[in-house]
Write a protein that binds this ligand. Structure first.
Ligand code: NAD
Ligand code: UDX
Length: 460
């Protein structure tokens, strides 16, 4: 049996950071080094003030406090970390391609290939290379070819170990995973990684498969989860037409043990760095095998999600007498879900973009997202100049400040604190009629109606 003494993880992002922190926490005898090219990110991981960690996740500060400096290290010295490691996780970003063949659909694997070439160039002894990033099925084949053809004659064993954590609950997901999935060909390498997880995960929850099943399962898991959200969101529109209530429908169907209650919360649309990217990738792979019916089926999940975001923005405009020009709309929330500072693909970005096309004035409050990030998200769309985005959008650090004088409030993220606000006080400060558009079905309709708000929620 091969005992792992040193682990390196390339990529100190939302996955690499929390995952390796927990691996280090639970394996105090293994030295874990997380490396990244981004100096600012590494500095933030090393910051003595745990409020400055680059990733906000409940409970992560305690894990870092326990392991950092003991057997958990963050560094930009990628070469040294590769050289020293027995096992190397690749946890770099694999975004949707923005150029060339597969633009807008395929996964961009340039960062993965750069890692492989660097590992091959540096490694002077045998390494186990673990795919932690989400990758198209059969990427391990390409990785192996790069490693073997550009390396120094040492042996590389490739494993696939996709990550299933969800942001906002990363630490509890990592501490108590439904399953850990390890795909590979070499039994010794598989066993070495199984042993790392077995430090805290019951063996029966550590599944081993062949490489391709493991790679594909990650895309399929995200596709199934996103499909559930699009399914309930499709029904939310029908509920609005028929007098049914989507929460009641979700409860009624979710009690069927074959369907189950989770992931049936209607919303303004799913966001996050994974769902859209991974389904697009699945669609691209299916098309590349000429499986048109399969590709069309999954693509519909994305089409419905885009429709849901547009529909929410249009509902706001239509309800506010078909014009939001010059009107002050307060956005509560910008993150793609609660308990994270991540805004990638957040529905808020697209709803804002739609309203800004109509010359609305948006004032954003999010408890964890910075103004800089919000402007970056809008500028990235390229719909209007950075100056125009700053003219039309203000970001404040006080929710009451965002809502004061507003024509409407729109709930874009389900942060718990929004429920605890003094809505009677807010009502006094808002214009009349005081509209609330709840894209998360978070607030209490009865109470808001009692206070005199004109309240609209998805799926009611
Ligand atoms: P991220 O963008 O937060 O982090 C990736 C990091 O890799 C960045 O800090 C970047 O600087 C670094 N990097 C890129 N190329 C590098 C190189 N050659 N050398 C060193 N560092 C390099 O991304 P993430 O959200 O952590 O996602 C990473 C992977 O995990 C993706 O494939 C994603 O699909 C997958 N994943 C993400 C989640 C999630 O919730 N975010 C969940 C499961 C799986
Ligand atoms: C997802 C997967 O859940 C996780 O297993 C994978 O590793 C990464 O991708 P994440 O994107 O972090 O995790 O969060 P998730 O909780 O899945 O939510 C994704 C989006 O769907 C969010 O915008 C969320 O608000 C939305 N959502 C989720 C709903 O609108 N309704 C639901 O019922 C559930």
């Amino acid at each position: 049996m091969k005992t792992i003494k040193k682990i390196t993880c390339i990529g100190a992002g939302y996955v690499g950071g929390p995952t390796m922190s927990v691996i280090a926490q639970k394996n105090p005898d293994v030295q874990v080094t997380v490396v990244d090219l981004n100096q600012a990110r590494i500095d933030a991981w090393n910051d003595s003030d745990l409020n400055n960690l680059p990733v906000y996740e409940p409970g992560l500060d305690a894990v870092i406090a326990e392991a950092r400096g003991r057997n958990l290290f963050f560094s930009t010295d990628v070469e040294r970390a590769i050289d020293e490691a027995d096992m190397i996780f690749i946890s770099v970003n694999t975004p949707t391609k923005t150029y060339g063949k597969g633009k807008g659909q395929a996964a961009d694997l340039k960062f993965i290939e750069l890692c492989a070439r660097q590992i091959a160039a540096v490694a002077k002894d045998d390494k186990i290379v673990v795919e932690k990033s989400t990758l198209p099925v059969r990427t391990a084949e390409a990785l192996k070819s790069i490693l073997d053809n550009t390396g120094n004659g040492v042996n590389f064993h490739i494993l696939s170990n996709p990550e299933f954590l969800a942001e906002g609950t990363a630490v509890t997901d990592l501490h108590n995973p439904d399953r850990v999935l390890i795909g590979g060909e070499d039994e010794t390498a598989i066993e070495a990684l199984v042993n790392i997880y077995a430090a805290w995960v019951p063996r029966e929850r550590i599944l081993t498969t062949n490489l391709w099943s493991s790679e594909l399962s990650k895309l399929v898991a995200n596709a199934f989860l996103a499909q559930r959200v699009s399914s309930i969101n499709a029904i939310s529109e029908l509920c609005e037409m028929t007098g049914a209530n989507v929460d009641e429908v979700a409860r009624a169907i979710g009690q069927d043990s074959r369907i189950g209650p989770k992931f049936l919360k209607a919303s303004v649309g799913f966001g996050g760095s994974c769902f859209q990217k991974d389904i697009l990738n699945l669609v691209y792979i299916a098309r590349s095998y000429n499986l048109t019916a399969v590709a069309d089926y999954w693509e519909q999940v994305i089409i419905l999600n885009d429709h849901q975001k547009t529909r929410f923005a249009e509902k706001i405009i239509q309800t506010m007498y078909n014009t939001v020009n010059g009107k002050h709309i307060a956005f509560l929330g910008w993150a793609f879900k609660k308990d994270t500072n991540d805004t990638r693909e957040s529905a808020a970005i697209y709803v804002a973009d739609h309203l800004l096309d109509e010359e609305a004035n948006i004032v954003v409050y999010d408890p964890k997202v910075s103004a800089e990030q919000i402007y970056k998200d809008l500028d990235y769309l390229g719909t209007r100049t950075p100056e125009e985005n700053r003219r039309l959008v203000k970001v404040v650090d006080n929710p009451y400040g965002a809502l004061d004088g507003a024509h409407a409030a729109a709930v874009l993220t389900e942060w718990d604190e929004f429920k605890t606000y003094d809505w009677a006080k807010i009502k006094k400060g808002m214009k009349k009629p005081s509209f609330v558009f709840d894209g998360r079905k978070l607030l209490d309709r009865k109470e808001l109606n009692r206070l005199g708000f004109a309240y609209y929620a998805i799926g009611e």
